[in-house]
Design a protein around this ligand. Structure first.
Ligand code: ZN
Length: 66
C-alpha cells in the first residue's frame, strides 16, 4: 500500500496489519517515527513460496480494500 496509511498491532504483538477504516470515540493514539521495518514471510509454506503473484491482481485487491 503506497502513500500515507495506518497500521495496527494486537495487544499481545502476535498480529497486525493495515487499518482500512475506523471510528474512535475514546482511546489513545500514539504516533512515532519508524526508521526500520522487520517484515517476515511464511517461507515454510510451499503454497506461499511457489505462488505465482500477478501484479495486476494484487493492484486490484489493494484498490478493492481501500
Ligand atoms: Zn503499510
Amino acid at each position: 500500500m503506497a502513500g500515507y496509511h495506518l497500521h495496527f498491532i494486537s495487544d499481545d504483538l502476535s498480529f497486525g496489519g493495515h487499518v482500512m477504516d475506523y471510528s474512535i470515540t475514546e482511546g489513545i493514539i500514539e504516533i512515532g517515527a519508524v526508521d526500520q521495518l522487520d517484515q517476515r514471510f511464511p517461507i515454510q509454506d510451499r503454497k506461499y513460496l511457489f505462488a505465482k503473484f500477478k501484479a495486476e491482481e494484487i493492484r486490484e485487491d489493494i484498490e478493492q480494500s481501500e
